[in-house]
Design a protein around this ligand. Structure first.
Ligand code: PLP
Length: 464
């Protein structure tokens, strides 16, 4: 890392973003003076309902670096909450966007058609798990796609209820708030919610017992029995529960859900909004379980930061809805479709999945030794570039939310954007751009490790 008051010689921070040096650098304290000034304006003009995890304003960004308006280069372990997997200024995305800008920005696909929308659907149909012939519908946000997945499931089955899971996050619209389990901050004050949603537990580490999968599947069976299984249209689950702290369901749970869904004619929806599009080292996280969902939802990294989401499923399910039953003015916007095609080109040819797997290996090598080492780290969960570090009491496994916040604050002060989340706010979740350079990734992880050691209770903080 470079410290001091000077930017690299010859570097003009206002020039085009390609060329942002891929090295952490602190020009000022974080947030710096210009960011603080802009925060005053933000508070004066922007709804207080939007939070800010790191109150710095970004000038430009690329690869694994966010360059702020004070000249600080911050290691990006958030990718804009997941979307900018290929970097926030990906060259091929920019080329395709620029070419599309010269042609048109919008027609509305429900009004007049354009080929890129069809090409995006073709790729998703080909890459979604399962051998059935498929169809796809495009939308703009993850929540919108989840809403539509539920609409399609209801239409196809003629049923209304949906089974969702403890810890789930599916979005902020009415139906998706209802599907989301964590009350605060997502649901507080926004009710009433849908009565048709029932939540049940998911078996995940570090607290799951040996028979957790069977016990949790029994809970699913009981919830269906008590609420009439023939009234359920769908079960919706994240193959890795992102907002819950990158919780990975125990092996066999998703396969068990698949069996129960089949037994009762219920559709299984995989919400891959966060875990999909290569983040875990496979295109879809559900591929690790060899389970084929009926409906697969993607968003976030689908168009590398441009607003685009999708629902993909078997043709008979997706075609059941009457024409004009699905849609939206901006659904499948042509700029977003071009960005998605640029993402597909790179996923198909550039070794992106291997890069995600390699980041996962580095995270395991550097972070796993912390578990149970007296630093209050009780679990490190890694699937490629989707990483959760959970804090708690090593003896009782009681969650320690204060530690996650303290480590995150240490990271922010030292130029690393590491976000907290989790059911108990006791997790640091890392979603680095998949294209981050391994050296920079290691540098960022080392800051996290230093933060963990620095914030550990005094008695155990001595270097082990
Ligand atoms: C698993 C999951 N589903 C749905 C959403 C909602 O997506 P959006 O914010 O694009 O509406 C998110 C967002 O974080 C998510 O992680």
């Amino acid at each position: 890392m470079i410290t001091g008051n000077q930017l690299l010689p010859g570097f003009d921070q206002r020039r085009a973003v390609q060329g942002v040096p891929q090295e952490r650098y602190l020009a000022t304290e974080i947030p710096g003076p210009r960011s603080r000034e802009l925060m005053v304006e933000r508070r004066a003009h922007v709804s207080n309902g939007f939070g800010a995890q790191l109150p710095v304003f970004i000038d430009c960004a690329d690869g694994g670096i966010l360059l702020d308006v004070d000249g600080n280069r911050i290691v990006d372990f958030a990718s804009g909450l997941g979307p900018t997997s290929l970097g926030a200024s990906n060259e091929r995305v920019r080329e395709r966007l620029q070419a599309q800008l010269d042609r048109f920005t919008h027609t509305c696909f429900m009004t007049t058609e354009y080929e890129s929308y069809v090409e995006v659907c073709r790729w998703l149909n080909r890459r979604a798990p399962g051998s059935k012939e498929k169809r796809t519908a495009l939308f703009s946000t993850g929540a919108e796609a989840n809403e539509n997945a539920v609409k399609i499931a209801r239409y196809f089955t003629g049923r209304s209820k949906v089974l969702a899971f403890d810890g789930a996050y599916h979005g902020r619209t009415h139906m998706t708030m209802s599907l989301t389990s964590k009350a605060h901050p997502y649901k507080t004050g926004f009710g009433p919610f849908s009565n048709d949603v029932i939540h049940v537990p998911v078996p995940t580490s570090p607290r799951a017992s040996a028979d957790a999968v069977e016990l949790s599947l029994d809970c699913v069976r009981a919830a269906l029995r008590e609420n009439d299984p023939t009234s359920f249209a769908a079960m919706i689950i994240e193959p890795i529960l992102g907002e819950a702290g990158c919780l990975i369901p125990q092996k066999g749970f998703l396969a068990g859900l698949r069996e129960i869904a089949d037994e009762h004619g219920i559709l299984l929806i995989a919400d891959e909004v966060q875990s999909g599009m290569g983040r875990t080292g496979r295109i879809w996280a559900i591929e690790y379980e060899d389970v084929v969902p009926d409906l697969l939802v993607a968003a976030k990294a689908l168009a590398n930061g441009m607003p685009l989401s999708s629902v993909t499923g078997a043709a008979d399910v997706m075609n059941a809805v009457h024409p004009a039953g699905l849609g939206g003015t901006y659904a499948g916007n042509p700029l977003s479709c071009e960005a998605a095609l640029a993402v597909f080109e790179q996923l198909d040819t550039d070794g992106v999945l291997d890069k995600a797997t390699d980041l996962g290996r580095i995270a395991i090598e550097m972070l796993r030794p912390l578990v149970g080492g007296g630093h209050g780290v009780i679990d490190v969960r890694v699937r490629g570039a989707m990483i959760g570090i959970e804090f708690g009491d090593e003896a009782t496994m009681e969650p320690a939310s204060g530690r996650a916040k303290a480590v995150s604050a240490y990271c922010h002060a030292n130029g690393v954007l590491a976000l907290t989340n989790g059911v108990h706010e006791n997790v640091i979740r890392l979603l680095p751009p998949i294209v981050i350079e391994p050296t920079l990734f290691r540098d960022g992880l080392q800051v996290i490790i230093d933060g963990i050691r620095n914030t550990a209770p005094k008695a155990i903080s001595d270097d082990r």
